[in-house]
Ligand binder design. Structure first.
Ligand code: HEM
Length: 329
């Protein structure tokens, strides 16, 4: 094979790339000579991935429960990956594939395309949630669930970070205290975030072990995360765009869709599943360790809204009811 001008150009690009970091191109070319081609199973870490399901019981359906939670965690991590880029204005990558840092300002095109991705991931999760509802035998679930106490999907840290990076914390304060803490500092608001009143013992109002464990493991990291992300959250990024770009209908639609996906659609499919397995008719049955889940999980009770400025008074009043969704379509 001849050394064509095209190959020469690539070699020059490589030389410049390594020179920029004080490295010698020849050594890296030697590395290429000795390296094996990449194979799918190593790159994707298939063996490691498939070794991560460790059921605690012999019920076959427990594997489905674990895998679907893991799938959800992976999608959440993709959503966080997009949000991270939105909040930092998007990466600049050179023709040679090098990371040149973050853009100085956020472009509305970038925001739009990344919000679309976040919504695509949420839509996928919402559509697939029936794997949890129809994909396991109730008899098996209700038994193996008892071996998993006091763990709960409630302890999903990614969901909490997505919320903190999506909006101003005042919108996530428990509804009873929202007005009182509206202008308070973010740490006071975080200490009164809605979910700290979820997973409490329905009868006594005490925190469950589920909540205590979760707070012990993550609360401090959420405060640090809030310090980093509150000044650059998605809403602040949107507000920083020029007026004519903020009026872009497509952008507004994606922002509203994110609001509905995180605060209504996903919570609704999840709640429907919780009802399917945990409620038997009287409404008084214990869920996971007797928590207040029936009062806590329905979106129309929590009334979390990321972007109230984008909704009419009537839409906010009816938050969590079916028509909000149909308005978007
Ligand atoms: C059979 C399937 C499921 C049932 C019966 C169920 C049940 C529950 C219940 C009862 C709660 C309230 C807290 C508690 O009492 O523990 C809860 C919270 C939660 N679960 Fe699930 N869950 C299921 C699947 C999932 C999956 C697949 C995920 C994905 C990671 C998930 C994530 C969450 C989250 C994020 C919360 C907190 C919601 C909030 O704060 O509004 N759950 N779940």
């Amino acid at each position: 094979m001849d050394i064509t001008p095209d190959i020469k150009k690539r070699l020059e690009m490589l030389r410049d790339k390594y020179a920029a970091i004080g490295q010698d191109l020849n050594s890296y070319l030697d590395g290429l000579i000795y390296a094996n081609p990449i194979v799918y199973w190593d790159y994707i870490e298939v063996d490691a991935l498939l070794s991560l399901q460790k059921p605690k019981t012999d019920f076959p359906d427990e594997k489905i429960f674990i895998v679907y939670h893991q799938i959800t965690e992976l999608y959440f991590s993709l959503i966080e990956h997009e949000i991270h880029q939105i909040c930092h204005n998007g990466k600049v990558i050179s023709d040679g594939g090098q990371d040149l840092g973050w853009n100085e300002t956020l472009s509305s095109d970038f925001l739009l395309s990344r919000l679309k991705r976040c919504n695509l991931y949420f839509d996928t999760l919402i559509r697939s949630f029936d794997v949890m509802r129809h994909g396991m035998e109730k008899e098996q679930f209700t038994k193996f669930r008892m071996s998993l106490l006091s763990s709960s999907g409630f302890q999903t840290a990614a969901y909490r970070r997505i919320e903190i990076a999506a909006t101003d914390l005042k919108h996530l304060v428990h509804e009873e205290d929202r007005e009182r803490l509206w202008n308070d500092n973010i740490h006071e608001q975080l200490d009164n975030i809605y979910w700290r009143r979820g997973a409490i013992v329905a009868d006594t109002g005490e925190k469950t072990l589920t909540l205590k464990d979760f707070e012990e493991k993550y609360l401090e990291s959420f405060h640090n995360f809030a310090d980093d992300y509150q000044p650059i959250n998605i809403w602040k990024k949107f507000c920083g765009l020029p007026k004519e770009e903020r009026d872009n209908k497509l952008l507004l639609k994606e922002l509203k869709q994110l609001d509905v996906n995180v605060n209504i659609n996903w919570p609704l499919v999840h709640f429907r599943t919780a009802v399917h397995y945990l409620a038997k008719g009287t409404g008084k049955e214990k869920g996971t360790g007797g928590t207040n889940w029936q009062k806590y999980l329905p979106p129309k009770f929590q009334r979390r809204i990321f972007y109230p400025e984008l909704w009419s008074e009537q839409e906010k009043k009816d938050w969590g009811r079916k028509w909000v969704e149909s308005v978007l379509n």
